[in-house]
Design a binder for this molecule. Structure first.
Ligand code: AMP
Ligand code: MN
Ligand code: MN
Length: 320
């Protein structure tokens, strides 16, 4: 990305009085990290402007990122923003913040999802080859404009979307950026443990349940696991306690596609899909109204558990 592109992008805020930033519902590490990096940078660059970040309440594990306590998780009606940034998603996944995007005078979309190739903003920075939106944010902010807080936010975003630099979205560039970031001296082994690997007792119990009750189909090429609302209630679990289950299912030997479902409402399931590369799950998710990446995607589907699995199987079978 050229320097002029970078300057152009954030200079849209020069004339603005109010700037809003929003990311997707059920914000993951990349969403929280890239939104906070953007927020911290804009706050420092424009100390006198009203800059606000809106996200559904993120998991407490991300409280180690500067600015975490300043995230707004309520979405009151308000005057339109002069500029609104949509980060790590398209506008349709902003949840309640979508109304701020619709009303904003100028909009910028920064994302890496293949399902959002064209972007939803007036200005769009979409790079489907970036490992994470955090990696993209690094390029936009520029190495020379980082500080310790921004560096840590970007690093956390990157480790989450790359599975600590092991998914195939990790590129030499990703690792070079990570090298620059750890120069800031934060305790990265601790950050990786505490934000990525560590599970609460309840999270481990639910993971165990989902794995125990999972089953293989299509000659062992697919695996499906699920958690019902009843089980969620039994454990007092929230959706964010289910992160990582689908990744555990995917590494089952012989599996090409892993599916994880949880019930969000009666006959409504949030679906997470993971692939080992042979099947493009972004295409499958997009078919059912969702999106994502070739190897990691998601959507929401209605029907009974069996309807959902059957409908997904039919689409997977077309590719296998
Ligand atoms: P998940 O399975 O929810 O962890 O999502 C896997 C990937 O797909 C992430 O990059 C999500 O941002 C993306 N994704 C999940 N659900 C959707 C959706 N409904 N629309 C677009 N992208 C999605
Ligand atoms: Mn995300
Ligand atoms: Mn992402």
């Amino acid at each position: 990305m050229s320097d002029s592109k970078r300057l152009e992008l954030f200079s849209v805020c020069d004339q603005a009085e109010s700037v809003g930033i929003g990311g997707h519902v059920r914000p993951d590490g990349d969403c929280v990290g890239s939104c906070l990096a953007c927020y911290l940078f804009l706050k420092r660059k424009y100390p006198d402007k009203r800059i606000e970040l809106f996200l559904e309440k993120p998991a407490e594990i991300f409280c180690c990122i500067a600015g975490f306590d300043e995230i707004n998780s309520e979405f009151p009606e308000r005057e339109p923003f002069d500029v609104f940034f949509v980060v790590d998603c398209a506008a349709d996944r902003l949840g309640e913040a979508e109304s701020y995007f619709r009303a904003a005078k100028y909009t910028v979309n920064i994302d890496h999802h293949i399902s959002n190739e064209n972007g939803c903003g007036i200005e769009n920075v979409i790079d489907v080859n970036a490992s994470s939106t955090a990696e993209l944010m690094y390029g936009l902010i520029g190495k020379e404009n980082l500080d310790a807080g921004i560096a840590k936010a970007i690093y956390i975003g990157m480790i989450h979307d790359t599975g600590v630099f092991h998914y195939s979205c990790t590129s030499p560039k990703t690792l070079r950026i990570a090298a620059d970031l750890i120069e800031y001296g934060f305790d990265f082994p601790k950050i990786i443990d505490e934000t990525f690997y560590e599970k609460t007792y309840v999270q481990n119990q639910i993971l165990g349940r989902a794995v125990l009750e999972s089953f293989l189909f299509m000659d062992g090429k697919c695996i499906v696991g699920s958690i019902s609302r009843k089980t969620m209630e039994f454990y007092g679990a929230e959706p964010k306690d289910l992160d990582g289950i689908v990744n555990q299912l995917r590494i089952t030997k012989g599996v090409e596609v892993a599916i994880f479902l949880y019930e969000t409402d009666t006959l409504t399931y949030k679906v997470s899909l993971r692939s080992c590369g042979g099947v493009d799950v972004a295409r499958i998710a997009a078919f059912f109204g969702g999106g994502g990446h070739v190897r990691a995607a998601g959507c929401t589907m209605t029907g009974t558990f069996h309807d959902v699995v059957n409908n997904l199987s039919a689409e997977i079978a077309k590719q296998l």
